[in-house]
Design a protein around this ligand. Sequence first.
Ligand SMILES: NC(=O)c1ccc[n+]([C@@H]2O[C@H](COP(=O)([O-])OP(=O)(O)OC[C@H]3O[C@@H](n4cnc5c(N)ncnc54)[C@H](O)[C@@H]3O)[C@@H](O)[C@H]2O)c1
Ligand SMILES: C[N+](C)(C)CCCC=O
Length: 514
Amino acid sequence: MVLLLLLPRLCRAHSALAMSTATGTLSLQQPLNYRAGCRVQPVDGGQPEDVYEPATGRVITKVLCSGEKEVDLAVQSAKAAFQTWSRTSGMERSRVLLEAARIIRERRDEIATLETINNGKSIFEARVDIDISWQCLEYYAGLAGSLAGEHIQLPGGSFGYTRREPLGVCVGIGAWNYPFQIACWKSAPALACGNAMVFKPSPFTPISVVKLAEIFTEAGAPKGLFNVVQGGAATGQFLCHHPDVAKISFTGSVPTGVKIMEMAAKGIKPVTLELGGKSPLIIFSDCSLENAVNGALMANFLTQGEVCCNGTRVFVERKILDAFTKEVVKRTQKIKVGDPLQEDTRMGALINRPHLERVQGFIKQAKEQGAQVLCGGDLYVPDDPKLKNGFYMQPCVLGNCRDDMTCVQEEIFGPVMSILPFDTEAEVVERANNTKFGLAGGVFTRDIQKAHRVVAALKAGMCFINNYNISPVELPFGGYKSSGFGRENGRAAIEYYSQLKTVCVEMGDVESVF
Ligand SMILES: NC(=O)c1ccc[n+]([C@@H]2O[C@H](COP(=O)([O-])OP(=O)(O)OC[C@H]3O[C@@H](n4cnc5c(N)ncnc54)[C@H](O)[C@@H]3O)[C@@H](O)[C@H]2O)c1
Ligand SMILES: C[N+](C)(C)CCCC=O
């Protein structure tokens, strides 16, 4: 049965999906832009682009890319909302964020289902993403009421104080791997600080973020506080160049990050860049092997390996190389690939056909360069006929890798783990840092001094000891080197969505030097 949603303009009602939505059945016709508290069709823009369900390869809707006029309308809508929102107290903002968090929690399954259908990740994981999303809103709701400056005493009873003020209209540009979560990681601190936002998701995953926009409105946010424009590079450029935009927060690839920074430089706009990675995971022989194997799987195979902070360079101390490799291969072969809406599936479909082919190309090149495929790497065609055009592959473990191979140097953004033996701590730290990236890193060992020594030496923004890829929203997340700068989550993100005003107050007479 095809579920057809013909709801052209949805200003009040939240558009609930039937929870029985199954793989291969969803078809959407709702507008995907959101402005001034309503779903709207863009007033200008280019050709519609197909939006896929990766699990089946079906087109589920078309996205209309917003042009310059639509982008301007969205920015003006945000600017108007900013006038009122920026004057509210932190406690008032907190209430809206808490209510939005509550609604997300209530609609967890519905949003997770949409995310799974549009992204291809398993429903099991999508639910975790939605949990992290509402937790993020709750966390910044908690901080909103305590945002404050300081009071500084000066000579003669004079004093100064600082005010933490919002920036204005912030732009969020997202990648396709965590569509809803990325939008929450950006909007929650932005709105908590008193900003308004225009968000542009990836054109591959345009759907779930509009749900977030509806939820903010339903939670009591002023109309226009959170707007959505759709499209790719051209739409993103209109946003970045817009003179009324105060800040750009970007999640995506390094090459696009460079372009974003160049555009932002022209307008002296601050940027947060959450970019790619090729992170090291270091397994010492004194680790718990079971935990290390679990950690390596977590570091490589969530969301079909399409995760920025994945620990894809797995350095294993030679003494345990065989035991670790044997176990990791055995466990990888057991990962259930298939229909992402099935409860027991643990790996769904990659985002689209070109990306699947790109990942396959990396594996082919790895073999040509001397790597050994220890398991997986082939395309996977599920038995279910409705899934036969989906974008599946078997998770892959590569052995016999060297640091100079392309599979070890470049971000593959797919389910491909490279195993690299090492002998000493000094050697592995040097090799781990020998990369242009610096997003994350991990260490497995029972030696607590060694663990802290090694993470201190890693040139990476997010380090894990004896775990990998967990995401408490209380912890700042972001990169070193080419993986970007600025931080999302934690108290640190407040710095990137606010500015400090200093007020100097004279309590005596002015002593003029003239
Ligand atoms: N560090 C992080 O937190 C994080 C999180 C998720 C993904 N990523 C990275 O994202 C990449 C994969 O995502 P992707 O393929 O969507 O990246 P991408 O750079 O192709 O696109 C990201 C976003 O930028 C937009 N865009 C593209 N060109 C633009 C331009 N010239 N001006 C303005 N906007 C433009 C896209 O439409 C999309 O919304 C990987 O490298 C991954 O590591 C990083
Ligand atoms: C939630 N994770 C797994 C830490 C991923 C964060 C976003 C990176 O792509």
